[in-house]
Ligand binder design. Structure first.
Ligand SMILES: [Zn+2]
Length: 87
């Protein structure tokens, strides 16, 4: 597995952090980067979802599955539902 070095701020020691490959996407207007979340970082959508993807995949739990990050680094990062974007 590929790793990259990080300094643990609690101990000051260098640790090798596993690097997982994640495909990100840029919005059409290039203002937002979408980063797919994995595993426990996904939160279920309280009232479910009726989007085309969820209707076509009724066995999947609809989740806030993607992080939306402002491309210019200014503003808020928030979670969105973008199930077509796979990690
Ligand atoms: Zn949906």
């Amino acid at each position: 597995m590929t790793t990259f070095p990080l300094i643990n701020p609690a101990t000051g020691k260098r640790v090798e952090f596993p690097l997982h490959s994640v495909r990100v996407a840029l919005s059409n207007d290039k203002t937002t980067i979408f980063v797919p979340l994995q595993g426990e970082n996904r939160r279920p959508i309280a009232n479910g979802c009726q989007c085309d993807y969820c209707l076509a995949n009724p066995h999947l739990v609809p989740c806030w599955d993607t992080l939306a990050v402002p491309a210019n680094g200014v503003g808020f990062t928030y979670t969105v539902h973008n199930p077509q974007l796979k990690p």
